[in-house]
Design a protein. Structure first.
Length: 263
């Protein structure tokens, strides 16, 4: 999938979680719903850190481009070190390490610990990174014609405002984890969800996605999970643009309405 579809699917997924929580009788405070959807939209771009031409590689200028190169080499090294006889030979690390459930859990868990232990500045850093990615994904046409500085300013301003809203009593800083010292621990959840939704989206494409690594499947450790080949599509095809993206918008809208008890 391309960046906009990944971000839309991430936002829709978190809004769906909000709807499920409301139906179960444990509704999210509206700031948690909004912030979680934006974080999830941004996190849904992050697995493409292993791809030098991906949206995320442009998001933070030279820093993100360099990081993508490092992650690509790391992912390729892990692939070569762990491949089984049935795994194909390849020349790069795209759709390997960062496209697995283990990576999603580690990144989300690390962010949760950082948010809970690092205080306000750690929360602001996490929000800033994901707000910038959300702008790049959800507003990709506008982001492409804007300067990087404007996108970063929008991300920083959004992070500062949203952190201030969450800090107010009852607005969700301690949502789900309410013990002392566990504030903002929940920030890891939309990050995990965004990464997993990205992987599931890539699994629908022609190449599939090795979500299950390091669990082996037959003679492969990097088994490309996906539906039957006749049901797959190429990234950027009409199926993604004309079917899936509108569907994500509708599902996200319905999920948000249910989560906010509109109906």
């Amino acid at each position: 999938m391309m960046g906009p579809a990944h971000s839309l699917s991430g936002a829709a997924a978190w809004l769906g979680v909000g709807a499920a929580a409301a139906v179960a009788g444990h509704p999210m405070p509206w700031p948690v719903l909004v912030v979680g959807a934006l974080i999830c939209a941004g996190a849904a771009l992050a697995p493409d850190l292993d791809h030098k031409a991906a949206t995320i590689s442009r998001a933070f200028g030279p820093v993100s481009r360099t990081l993508c190169e490092v992650v690509d080499k790391l992912s390729y090294a892990v692939y070569k070190a762990t491949r089984k006889p049935g795994d194909s030979r390849r020349t790069g690390g795209h759709r390997t390490l960062t496209h697995t459930w283990l990576w999603a859990v580690l990144v989300g868990g690390g962010a949760a610990v950082l948010a809970a232990a690092g205080g306000r500045w750690a929360v602001l850093a996490i929000l800033f990174v994901h707000m910038v990615l959300a702008v790049e994904g959800l507003l990709w046409r506008a982001a492409r014609v804007s300067s990087d500085v404007l996108v970063w300013l929008l991300g920083a301003t959004s992070a500062w405002i949203l952190a201030g809203v969450l800090d107010k009593p009852g607005n969700g800083s301690d949502w789900l984890f309410s013990a002392p010292g566990q504030e903002y621990l929940w920030l890891g959840l939309p990050i995990v969800l965004g990464a997993l939704v990205h992987d599931l989206g890539d699994a629908l494409t022609v190449s599939g996605c090795p979500i299950l690594w390091p669990i082996p499947v037959g003679r492969k450790r990097w088994y490309p999970i996906g539906p039957p080949k006749a049901m797959r599509f190429r990234a950027g095809s009409w199926v993604e643009l004309k079917v899936l993206m509108p569907a994500f918008m509708v599902l996200g809208g319905v999920g948000g309405a249910v989560a906010l008890n509109v109906f």
